[in-house]
Design a binder for this molecule. Structure first.
Ligand SMILES: O=C(O)CCC(=O)C(=O)O
Length: 295
């Protein structure tokens, strides 16, 4: 099967793209879970969330999108087909949506909070700011490390990507570059960047093949069921396949860390400051920075 990111083809099962492996069998063994994270840079946990909770979040979000006339109502609401001319959006930070119980019940559920507490073996917190994405047909996410967006506190921070529907390969499924958390030359350059301080565009690359050819590793992806989560480190390069389906892909990526470690101040509090300078004013293209860094 050929899958694409930015219309660049990769064969599933070939050199560039494989399947993510599940970590459910390690859930009772924290040492093994940490070893897996160390090895792969991610943990794929099937069925972490209660499916009914994911469904309730989805219904709530689709109703909001429908109120905003984003949904084509000649199809059932749950099909999430965009209305004519409607594009996807980054819905993060919108507290009217992300601070309502149907959303918080999912991203602050006892399932994920307990998972993180067990993982860190310590009390944990999650950022008050929430990232919520409505990824439209034709869109994809460029390859990046999360550290460039949230690197002012501990680096021992986890991203949890939660699809808010079943996600098939054609729905901009997330892809992870396995091995990228050991790309030291990228960690020492790009990985030290801060998008608000440095005024640089955020994605490292829009070409998944270029990255593998130059640095090694393999992109891996999966289809997802409601309830599944993909958890990864700040230095795990990730991106998404193209959304070649006709529907919006809804998902959230939320952050968790030990409560006793430093926190990036942009993402906490009643009114998180968020990205205050990134893409405002003159912004250096990543290609220019990569040339400068020699990566
Ligand atoms: O959902 C996506 O396409 C991107 C998600 C992401 O960048 C993240 O989980 O940090």
């Amino acid at each position: 099967m050929i899958l694409t990111m930015n219309k660049i083809e990769m064969e599933l099962g070939g050199k560039y793209l494989g399947l993510l492996r599940e970590a459910n069998d390690l859930l009772d063994d924290q040492q093994a879970l940490h070893a897996r994270m160390e090895e792969d840079g991610y943990l794929l946990i099937r069925g972490l969330h209660d499916v009914e909770k994911v469904k309730a979040t989805r219904k709530f979000l689709l109703e909001k999108l429908d109120e905003n006339e984003q949904i084509n109502r000649s199809h059932p609401l749950d099909a999430a087909i965009p209305a004519e001319g409607k594009r996807g959006m980054f819905w993060g930070g919108n507290q009217k949506v992300t601070h309502q119980p149907p959303f918080l019940n999912l991203v602050e559920s006892s399932e994920i909070m307990n998972f993180c507490e067990d993982y860190y073996n310590a009390p944990v917190l999650t950022y008050d700011y929430k990232w919520l994405r409505v990824v439209a047909p034709g869109s994809f996410t460029g390859a990046h490390y999360d550290i460039v967006y949230m690197g002012r506190g501990t680096r021992n921070l986890l991203t949890c990507w939660t699809p808010i529907s079943d996600v098939s390969f054609d729905m901009a499924s997330l892809i992870v570059l396995v091995g990228s958390h050991r790309f030291n030359v990228i960690k020492e350059t790009y990985g030290k960047m801060d998008v608000d301080r440095d005024h640089v565009t955020g994605s490292f690359s829009y070409d998944p093949v270029e990255l593998v050819d130059r640095y090694g590793g393999q992109w891996q992806t999966s289809e997802f069921k409601m309830g599944d989560v993909l958890i990864f480190s700040m230095y795990t390069m990730h991106a998404s396949l193209d959304n070649t389906s006709g529907c919006f892909r809804l998902s959230t990526d939320t952050r968790y860390q030990r409560a006793d470690e430093p926190v990036d101040e942009r993402w906490i509090g009643e009114n998180p400051k968020a990205h205050y300078a990134w893409t405002k004013g003159e912004t250096v293209p990543m290609e220019e920075m990569r040339q400068k860094w020699g990566v």
